[in-house]
Design a protein around this ligand. Structure first.
Ligand SMILES: Cc1cc2nc3c(=O)[nH]c(=O)nc-3n(C[C@H](O)[C@H](O)[C@H](O)COP(=O)(O)O)c2cc1C
Ligand code: SF4
Length: 440
């Protein structure tokens, strides 16, 4: 499924730089076309000076939209300290998370905003090389091969943009895996430190930003920090793209202001009715957390509200579990996928995640052994914090939230019952990796 429609927020389309939504996503008729992009936003607003944009990005309060919400100006500052021309800027469109489609939608609908942001970030840090790292299976759909020469003809890009295609793997967008892939190696996480902003692609200081972050940066450069802050909350300004998976099965990419009630994004009342614990929302994707739907209905799209509840905005994945599905069965399928996606370099991750996933499958099945829940909890504690990357920790967070939120369902399964009316899969899980070559 490749959703590129953009939800209810599309209805209030306002001119670029106006005060409404959406900001990033142009009308579908726009089709990513360069002339339409220039008509909407004008040329790339270069500052003609390295570092000049960094203060504006700090004033805007832009944080990364790839998952960690790290302040963008701090990474820009760190990479800008490198010798002029030495740094590399990479736009991250790996979108390894199977439940997320927002980068795909942005690449399809507003590729030039991303490419403008890549150029502006490169100028801000004085980079000598610009790379766009894109999921390889999107090649045919992105038309990047056409857009780059077209931008050249308009003289828009000061640095040539290289495209590096990434494998569609969960970890391929993790920044050290990205640095390895762009350097010509496999897309597997590297052992850190040093962090990529110190030694990344080819050992050079590397700025890695999610492509949505770059698109916001391109708008801040045009319309200013005050405009950016006119939406969102004072602590979490601006908007973010969300992939909304409704309980009905519909999937949509929508742009929402930070601080928007989750109930305005998901049709939550439709999923709160299952008294056996089926009313649940997955927030933040497969390294995120389940929340009871009734609790989610009281919260907004903001880390200030989500973190105390054990969740976070992540890359904007929100999924409302239908009342006729079993959250344990869904979580067990995701756990199996996450275990298969381990890069297999660290012992606790390589052997621990499959054991955890197998225990989760047993718990979600019809004859769980009495000890399986204890084993699961113990093994989760053994892998946590013991990987070179966050994969084990993210997986454990997801599973712990499942055990918490689907507690009544766990008890049902222990009595050899299940509340599900169907075992039809809900959350998307790609077919497992077939060969080692899948990392390249
Ligand atoms: C397991 C894992 C997978 C990740 N996958 C992606 C991804 O697909 N796309 C992405 O932009 N960031 C991904 N990230 C985050 C990147 O490491 C990096 O923080 C991000 O690209 C920086 O951009 P931002 O600051 O603009 O968000 C991932 C992180 C982890 C731990
Ligand atoms: S923790 Fe797991 S996924 Fe991360 S580098 Fe180690 S083996 Fe690979």
């Amino acid at each position: 499924m490749s959703p590129v429609t953009t939800g209810a927020t599309r209805a209030q389309q306002t001119p670029a730089g106006g005060s409404g939504l959406p900001r990033l996503l142009p009308p579908p008729s726009h089709g990513g076309d360069l002339a339409a992009h220039l008509g909407l936003h004008g040329p790339v607003p270069y500052r003609d000076s390295a570092g000049a944009l960094i203060g504006e990005v700090r004033a805007a309060g832009l944080t990364g939209r790839g998952g960690a919400a790290f302040p963008v100006h701090r990474k820009l500052q760190a990479v800008a300290a490198a010798r002029p021309g030495r740094a590399i800027v990479v736009g991250n469109a790996a979108e390894g998370e199977p439940a997320s489609h927002k980068d795909e939608a942005l690449l399809f609908l507003a590729p030039h905003l991303i490419l403008d942001g890549l150029q502006l970030a490169a100028e801000a840090v004085g980079a000598g090389r610009a790379v766009l790292y894109v999921r390889g299976d999107l090649r045919a759909r992105t038309r990047l091969d056409d857009y780059l020469p077209e931008r050249d003809a308009y003289g828009l890009d000061r640095l040539p943009v290289e495209i590096v295609w990434s494998p569609h793997r969960f970890l391929a967008g993790e920044e050290s895996a990205l640095a390895s892939r762009v350097s010509g190696g496999p897309a597997v996480p590297q052992f850190t430190p040093p962090r990529v902003f110190e030694r990344g692609v080819d050992g050079r200081p590397t700025l890695v930003q999610n492509v949505e972050t770059l698109a916001h940066l391109a708008l801040i450069a045009r319309y200013g920090p005050g405009w950016f802050r006119a939406m969102g909350t004072p602590d979490e300004p601006g908007t973010m793209l969300c992939t909304l998976r409704q309980a009905s099965g519909s999937v949509d990419v929508a742009e929402a202001a930070l601080g928007t009630p989750l109930a305005a994004l998901l049709h939550l009342p439709a999923v709160t009715g299952n008294e056996e614990g089926g009313g649940a929302v997955l927030v933040g994707g497969y390294h995120g957390a389940w929340l009871p739907a009734a609790q989610a209905a009281q919260l907004t799209l903001s880390n200030a509200q989500l973190r105390p509840a054990g969740a976070f905005t992540g890359a904007g994945v929100l999924a409302a579990l239908p009342a006729d599905r079993c959250g344990l069965i869904e979580s067990a399928r995701v756990a199996r996928y996450l275990a298969l996606e381990s890069a297999g370099q660290c012992g606790p991750c390589r052997s621990g995640l499959p054991s955890i996933a197998a225990a989760m499958s047993e718990l979600a099945g019809s004859h769980p052994e009495p000890r399986v829940l204890d084993n699961l909890t113990r093994w989760a504690g053994l892998v946590e914090g013991r990987g070179a990357c966050h994969h084990p920790d993210g997986t454990v967070r997801f599973l712990r939230s499942a055990l918490r939120v689907f507690g009544p369902e766990v008890r049902l399964h222990q009595q050899r019952r299940c509340s599900a009316e169907t075992d039809r899969p809900f959350l998307p899980v790609p077919a497992g990796p077939s060969t080692e070559a899948d990392w390249s």
